[in-house]
Design a binder for this molecule. Structure first.
Ligand code: KIV
Length: 262
C-alpha cells in the first residue's frame, strides 16, 4: 500500500483495513498479515502507558513508538498521530513535530480536528507530507466534549462534521478517520468525499475500518463499546499461557530433558 492506493481503493470500492500498532513485536506480527495499513495512534498513551486519555501523548513519545513500529513492519504504510496540541503551535514548531514523526518512520501523519488548523493542514501537505484527517469523536478534545461520546447526533452537529470533512479534503487530506458518528452521517460524508473515509464506530459505509489492536484482540474483556468486535479472547488466552508456564515451573515440569544443554 502506498499513498496512491488510498484513492485507488476508494474508486475501486475496495475497503481499507487499518489497526493501531505501537511496538516492535506486534509490528513484526502485523507485517506478516494482509492488513493494509498501521496507525501509531496517540491512544498508545492509554494502552501502552496507562494514562487516562490521549492528552498525555507527546511528540518524543510518538516518535519512539513510530520508530519501533517501522523497525518491525518495514513493508507497511504507517500513519503516525500528531499528539495533543502539536498541530496548534507556531508553524515552525508544527513542522519540527511533523519532521520528527516522519524521520522516525511514518509515511503520513494524522491530525485531529479541522477548525483553526486548515491552513496548517494545507501547509504540511504542501510541504510534501501526506495528512490524514480525523473527525467525529476526537479523543484529544475529550475534556471539551465532556467524555468519549458519539458525535454528530443533532442536525447542526452533523452538518458541522460534514462541512469540516469537506474542508479537510479541500486542504489536501488524503483520507479521513471518522470516529463514533451515526451510520447515516458516515455514509453521507463517505459518498460526498473523493478521499476515502476510515471508520471506527461510524457504520458499515465508510471506505475502511480501523480498530485498536488490543481492543480487537480482547485484551480487556470488560471494554466492549458497541462498535467493537473481539476477534480473540486474548486476555484469557495469554493469561492462560502464562499460568501454564507458572504451573509447569512450580511442578518442576519445565524444563524437560529436551529443553536443557547437556
Ligand atoms: O489513536 C488512535 O488509536 C486513533 C484511532 C482510534 C483512530 O486515533
Amino acid at each position: 500500500m502506498n499513498i496512491h492506493d488510498f484513492h485507488r481503493r476508494k474508486v475501486a470500492s475496495e475497503k481499507i483495513s487499518m489497526v493501531t500498532c505501537y511496538d516492535y513485536w506486534s509490528a513484526q506480527l502485523l507485517n506478516d498479515t494482509d492488513l493494509d495499513t498501521l496507525l501509531v495512534g496517540d491512544s498508545l498513551a492509554m494502552v501502552m502507558h496507562g494514562f487516562s486519555s490521549t492528552v498525555h501523548a507527546t511528540v518524543p513519545m510518538m516518535a519512539t513508538h513510530i520508530a519501533a513500529v517501522r523497525r518491525g513492519a518495514p513493508d507497511k504504510f504507517i500513519v503516525g498521530d500528531m499528539p495533543f496540541l502539536a498541530a496548534r503551535r507556531e508553524r515552525n514548531e508544527v513542522l519540527d513535530a511533523v519532521c520528527e514523526l516522519m524521520q522516525a518512520g511514518s509515511n503520513a501523519i494524522k491530525i485531529e480536528g479541522a477548525a483553526g488548523q486548515l491552513d496548517t493542514v494545507a501547509h504540511v501537505v504542501e510541504s510534501g507530507v501526506p495528512v490524514m484527517g480525523h473527525l467525529g469523536l476526537t479523543p484529544q478534545s475529550v475534556e471539551g466534549l465532556g467524555g468519549h461520546k458519539v458525535q454528530g447526533r443533532t442536525e447542526s452537529a452533523a452538518e458541522k462534521i460534514y462541512q469540516d470533512a469537506m474542508a479537510l479534503q479541500e486542504a489536501g487530506c488524503f483520507a479521513l478517520v471518522l470516529e463514533c458518528v451515526p451510520q447515516n452521517l458516515g455514509r453521507q460524508i463517505t459518498r460526498s468525499l473523493d478521499i476515502p473515509t476510515i471508520g471506527i464506530g461510524a457504520g458499515v459505509h465508510t471506505d475502511g475500518q480501523v480498530l485498536v489492536l488490543q481492543d480487537m484482540l480482547g485484551m480487556q474483556p470488560q471494554f466492549k463499546p458497541k462498535f467493537l468486535r473481539h476477534y480473540l479472547d486474548g486476555h484469557a488466552q495469554l493469561s492462560g499461557a502464562v499460568n501454564a508456564f507458572h504451573h509447569d515451573v512450580s511442578a518442576g515440569a519445565f524444563p524437560n530433558c529436551e529443553e536443557i544443554y547437556r
